[in-house]
Design a protein around this ligand. Sequence first.
Ligand SMILES: CC(C)(COP(=O)(O)OP(=O)(O)OC[C@H]1O[C@@H](n2cnc3c(N)ncnc32)[C@H](O)[C@@H]1OP(=O)(O)O)[C@@H](O)C(=O)NCCC(=O)NCCS
Length: 433
Amino acid sequence: MTDTTAYVQWFRQSSPYINAHRGKTFVIMFDGDALVHPNFDTLVQDMALLNSLGVRLVLVHGARPQIDAVLERLDITSQFHNDLRITDGEALRAVKAAVGMVKADIESRLSVGVPGSPMHGARIRVVSGNFVTAKPLGVINGVDYQHTGEVRRIEHQAIKSLLDQQNVVLLSCAGYSPSGEMFNLSVEDVAQHAAVSLRADKLIAFSDQDGLQNSDGEQVHELTCRQLEDMVHSLKGSIRWQADMAMRCVRQGVPRVHLLSYEIDGALLQELFTREGEGTLISQEAYDQLRAANIDDVAGILELLKPLEEQGILVRRSRELLETEIHRFFVIERDGLITACAALYPYTDDDAELACVAVHSDYRGSSRGERLLEQIEQEARKRNYKQLFVLTTRTAHWFVEHGFVAGSVTSLPQEKQKLYNMQRNSKVFFKGL
Ligand SMILES: CC(C)(COP(=O)(O)OP(=O)(O)OC[C@H]1O[C@@H](n2cnc3c(N)ncnc32)[C@H](O)[C@@H]1OP(=O)(O)O)[C@@H](O)C(=O)NCCC(=O)NCCS
């Protein structure tokens, strides 16, 4: 395969992901170490690309190493307790200087637009401000953390209206109290509160670790919050903070948290636009969600059916028809992508049609078809139908293996017989409920 063919193929394959991510809110968090890594420029370009594709972006940055550098320059030694900096008056000056510098640095990198650069024409507007209200951490076990604080509130309405206007919002690891004091915050705390209060679709956290590893040192690509609870105690350092943050986010309603490494060039795009992903995805429940379809699923279902319609396996359905019949569909969704669907069409008091059974070619052979069939059967029983029928040209054996029995066209409900397409010559199968 030539490079061009591979490129065209990759681009086509990414289109369902592009559609799935458009209009979604992602909070992207990176600590201060990421900023000084050689990959940070390409990470900025990838974030700019997401912005161009209609993703609503909130960036949250840390500044720990930059604060350390300013303190060192000022010859000030910072005190830590339980891995948390005690921010006294002098350290606060260093925090102000470092956070200001980092913020300006990110803003300028997001402003690059010279011809020939990947960000040419992107024209990103970055907005930052006093969106994070903080309170002091206070005295814990006799230790006064002074200007080290925690998030009290995020001005989510203000952020949302900025996102509505296609701005990228930049939040720092610093917040202000109503009394006008500034507090040094952990980047995880800000990112978590931002993702929860904005009802973000994803929180993507970058660190120097490539997601989570199991006890054999193998990377774990996806796990539920429950599974993470079992392994979190064995984690140490920054990955532990991120894992704790991921669990809090997911428990508070953020559907997905991705842990990625800034040391891997292109990790963000790989995670969001390829099936395999790159880092570790932590989600609420089982990763696949089987549910009744709604009007927002129409585009995803059309995308799923298109190749099968082109091959003549399924009968073509227009967008308009699908919109009016969407309430008959069930879908399986994975990370915003419709991977499978099936529909139930009533005909008589006793008979209903199982139609439009389709599983995305990348996701076949994992019982999605079977799960949908079970769901449709359950639904049909609930509505007191006595039997299901299905018309198929190429999938006869699959239905037989799932309890369907061959029948004749004349056994179909009258209404369906009138619609039967002789040219298509589909086979007819029945299953008693
Ligand atoms: C048929 C289909 C829905 C099955 O989905 P799935 O999630 O892969 O199904 P499951 O995992 O439950 O079952 C997989 C098994 O079905 C078999 N299978 C898949 N397509 C088949 C077909 N056309 N004929 C016979 N068996 C088939 C697979 O070989 C596999 O069997 P194995 O486990 O022995 O290897 C999916 O292949 C599909 O979308 N096909 C194209 C659309 C279609 O034909 N729809 C029905 C038209 S009404």
